[in-house]
Design a protein around this ligand. Structure first.
Ligand code: SF4
Ligand code: ZN
Length: 313
């Protein structure tokens, strides 16, 4: 197999694009794909100050590295969930990358703030760990952006994440979520930061290959709470389909984006509109009711209302 661009021996076969590339041309290909996504969907403009949500995994660390390489100078945010062993190892990888990029990373420590790790928090409030985690992450990441003046929050969601989420929403016809997946989620006023996904059209396999080729040291193990998640089953099914029909995943996601665009600026559902006009009486950030879920958590655990985070770099 030869590289389609230069004719040297290929390092990766991209069946969905019916092509094979050498390491150098593959790196250029993936960087171009991400920068085209950023340009085409107007994810970042010249006046923006972006920041990347990092977990220590391949997607977020590759995104952080690539954005800085492409000239989108960005710092990082890490939420330390207090998962024994796993959280510490993740933070180690993040610190290494912060050193390499010479950028800072904000660290919010769940255990320090709520005096419990995510596992115990979930047990006390009788909700799945991922649900408690989602509440904390959404709130803290938005809060750090607003407090520190970042205008765009980039996350490492990739094509496989988006295809599996879309698949799940279609399977159960979750109309309330179906049209909300997008490359960009616009911010609202001074309280909700814009969120972007530059890897929306880059597959998990491509990002893993990029991370290895660029020598990015990431944590291989998944968060222990991810096992048994439905999205993993959906990813498996989609991979199976992709195996026999290469290109299906990208067509599925691109077709969806086209339909979202055709739907245009149709009003989002009422729940979202409600949140637009409502602010938490305690912290002043967007909420669906008088008190936001994060302040409710703080109350539940008798924690301080001051949101503190550490800084590295
Ligand atoms: Fe949070 Fe669940 Fe993801 Fe772990 S798997 S990081 S608990 S959402
Ligand atoms: Zn609040």
């Amino acid at each position: 197999m030869k590289c389609r661009v230069c004719g040297k021996p290929a390092n990766i076969n991209l069946r969905s694009y019916k092509t094979a590339l050498c390491e150098e041309d593959f790196i250029a290909f993936l960087e171009k794909r991400a920068s085209t996504t950023i340009g085409k969907y107007h994810l970042i403009d010249e006046t923006d100050k972006p920041i990347v949500a990092v977990s220590g995994g391949k997607d977020s660390l590759s995104l952080w590295y690539m954005m800085n390489k492409l000239g989108y100078v960005s710092d990082g945010i890490y939420i330390d969930l207090g998962i024994e062993g796993y959280s510490g190892r993740s933070l180690e990888k993040i610190r290494q990358m912060a050193d390499k990029l010479q950028r800072k990373v904000y660290i919010f420590n769940v255990h320090k703030a709520l005096r419990k790790g995510i596992d115990s928090i979930a047990k006390v409030i009788r909700r799945p760990a991922c649900s408690a985690c989602g509440t904390i992450k959404r709130y803290i990441m938005n809060r750090i952006c607003i407090d520190k003046g970042y205008t765009v929050l980039a996350t490492g969601h990739n094509l496989d994440d988006e295809a599996s989420a879309l698949f799940g929403n279609v399977l159960y016809w979750k109309k309330e979520y179906l049209w909300k997946k997008n490359v960009v989620l616009e911010g609202r006023g001074e309280h909700l930061v814009k969120k972007i996904k530059p890897f929306f059209l880059c597959s998990e396999r491509e990002i893993a290959a990029y991370a290895i080729m660029k020598g990015i040291d990431y944590i291989y193990e998944e968060c222990p709470f991810s096992s048994g998640a439905k999205t993993l089953t959906y990813k498996g099914i989609l991979n199976h389909i992709e195996e026999s029909s290469p290109g299906t995943k990208i067509m599925f996601v691109k077709g969806y984006l086209k339909m979202v665009k055709e739907k245009g600026d149709e009003k989002e559902d009422e729940k979202e509109d409600n949140r637009e006009g409502r602010y938490c009486l305690q912290c002043g950030y967007p909420t669906f009711s008088d008190k936001c879920s994060f302040c409710w958590l703080l109350d539940k655990f008798g924690a301080e209302y001051d949101v503190e985070f550490d800084q590295y770099g």
